[in-house]
Write a protein that binds this ligand. Structure first.
Ligand code: COA
Length: 331
């Protein structure tokens, strides 16, 4: 099987479209309800990543005109620099012919050459990926499964008004601020602690906390602009002191706005217990209903033992559509 190493910065839209066709076939084969990235989103996400750097390596299996699979490696560079994160996918018609194993071998060699000692990856529960990874010596030890929860927005947008009112009563003394797109420079230092608060969420064993500083906030915002993702932040502030208390962040992919992606929702430790999580998420739903009516659903990932976040999401009416199982292996 031919494997071609690509420089993501040279990736063209036609090839990105062929790569996502592999994803689409795989999701259909597995009966997964998950959204498939659009071609432009794939191209820009490989070129810009979340932190202003292209992904470290991409391989295409088969020919560039008719790929039968692809794999990628990301080497974290701000924290967790012992890890290499892998993703690979093979079109269902070409499975069990050694393509996945060939991609994995190439990805492992790349991680080793770059001094990484652990591989992390994952697969959707109940699909071919879990059998493959277990056969290749990966284990779930120390990894959290993540359930993907979907919230359908178009059923009856008014159904959150009562929840909003209840949360607003519990959170009297706090006010909400909406930030659309990149944060103003003056706000960037305050956002560092709000992004960093995600380190309190359940993490996989042995993972270093995410390192955030002002430059990372700026780079994240700039990357999202280059990826044509519009960021929506709802922030909570303690009115009397002006202290920032929490943040909920959501991204709308402008190439595929029908399903928005709910990123982190965090409440700073000192301000927990006032239903700010529920309030900020309700406020986000109001914002979407008013400004982005074409967004028909949001998807969010929760570690299956993140009980507080899950309770908020269940209260809003989310349903689980898939579960992602994390795997790791020594290089
Ligand atoms: C995981 C995936 C990439 C494997 O691709 P593949 O080309 O079929 O894998 P290979 O043919 O190289 O399989 C190598 C070995 O892995 C094991 N394996 C592969 N698929 C398996 C399955 N569904 N169940 C159990 N073992 C499996 C077998 O030991 C196989 O050898 P064999 O066929 O001689 O028995 C493919 O199933 C896929 O794209 N799944 C969706 C994406 C995904 O879950 N990726 C996870 C890795 S990031």
């Amino acid at each position: 099987m031919d494997l071609q190493l690509l420089d993501p910065r040279d990736l063209e839209l036609d090839l990105a479209e062929r790569m996502v066709a592999v994803d689409r076939a795989s999701h259909e084969h597995a009966g997964l309800e998950l959204p498939v990235q659009s071609g432009p989103s794939r191209m820009f996400s490989l070129q810009h990543g979340n932190n202003g750097r292209p992904v470290d390596a991409v391989w295409v299996a088969g020919t560039l005109d008719a790929p039968v699979g692809w794999g990628l490696v990301e080497l974290p560079f701000l924290d967790n620099r012992d890890l290499a994160s892998l993703r690979a996918i093979v079109t269902p018609a070409h499975r069990r012919t050694g393509v996945g194993a060939a991609l994995l071998e190439r990805m492992t060699a790349f991680a080793r050459e770059h001094g990484r000692t652990q591989l992390t990856t994952g697969a959707w529960q109940g699909t071919d990926g879990t059998g493959f990874l277990e056969a290749q010596g990966f284990t779930t030890a120390g990894q959290h499964p993540y359930a993907v929860r979907r919230l359908d927005l178009h059923d009856d947008p008014s159904r959150w008004e009562a929840v909003y009112a209840e949360a607003a009563t519990a959170a009297a003394g706090y006010e909400l601020v909406r930030v659309v797109g990149p944060a103003d420079e003056a706000m960037v230092p305050d956002l560092v602690a709000l992004h960093e608060a995600i380190n309190d969420a359940p993490a996989d064993e042995g993972m270093e906390p995410d390192v955030w500083d002002a430059e990372r906030v700026r780079t994240y915002d700039a990357s999202m602009v280059r990826r044509h993702q519009t960021t929506y932040r709802v922030l909570a502030r303690h009115t009397a002191t002006g202290a920032w208390a929490g943040m909920s962040l959501l991204c709308v992919d402008e190439f595929a706005p029908a399903v928005a992606f709910q990123e982190d929702t965090t409440v700073v430790r000192a301000h927990r217990g006032h239903r700010l999580g529920l309030l900020m998420k309700c406020e986000m739903l109001r914002l979407l209903a008013a400004e982005r009516p074409e967004v028909g659903a949001t998807d969010t990932w929760n570690a299956t033992d993140n009980h507080h976040m899950i309770a908020v999401n269940e209260r809003l009416g989310c349903r689980v559509i898939a579960t992602h199982v994390g795997y790791r292996r020594q290089v």
